[in-house]
Design a protein around this ligand. Structure first.
Ligand SMILES: [Zn+2]
Length: 183
């Protein structure tokens, strides 16, 4: 994900790559998904932009399309996240260790992460609170009728436990480090 620079008080110093003004919420950013430095959209693949600027950007559709295609191709080889739904509007993958669904929308080129326990409520009523822009709301509304009927994979309690143990270990290590610092 694009790096957002903040000053000592936590104020954002990064600028929008489309209008050049200081960023403010909500903003849109992707990971560095275009490897070819000669691609005309290369400079935007790891650069934040205001959602309002992104929605009006003439290349928005092409950019979102390319992101969707790239992620769909990569998803086929991802061992941690399994594709559980894909059509022309959305790509949904499931992370076994985190028990979450990731919903990538083709039209908006944006995604949502939802825990499986909240999935049905999110599809039926909770999704609007996660939406950043009307472009995203339209893209999600279009996909939702089919997303509601997705069959969730069985829960992988072993993978969830392994991740939980790993996080506990990391937390202990970081507490150990800060303990040493204070001595
Ligand atoms: Zn802007």
């Amino acid at each position: 994900m694009a790096l957002i620079i903040q000053d000592e008080d936590g104020n954002i110093e990064s600028t929008c790559c489309l209008c050049g003004e200081i960023l403010c919420e909500p903003f849109y950013a992707t990971s560095h998904f275009i490897a070819d430095s000669n691609h005309p959209l290369f400079e935007f693949s790891d650069a934040p932009m205001h959602w309002s600027c992104y929605a009006l950007w003439p290349d928005q559709t092409a950019f979102a399309d390319l992101l969707f295609q790239t992620k769909a191709q990569n998803a086929a080889n991802d061992e941690l996240w399994t594709v559980i739904f894909q059509n022309q509007t959305a790509l949904v993958t499931y992370g076994r260790a985190v028990a979450e669904l990731d919903v990538l929308l083709r039209k908006s080129g944006s995604s949502f992460r939802v825990h499986r326990d909240n999935w049905r409520n999110w599809c039926e009523s909770d999704w609007p609170r996660d939406v950043s822009h009307s472009l995203e709301a339209r893209a999600l509304s279009e996909a939702l009728p089919l997303l509601k009927d997705i069959t969730l994979p069985p829960r992988d309690l072993r993978a969830e436990a392994r991740l939980s143990d790993l996080l506990k270990k990391l937390l202990k290590q970081s507490e150990g480090c800060s303990g040493n610092d204070s001595i």
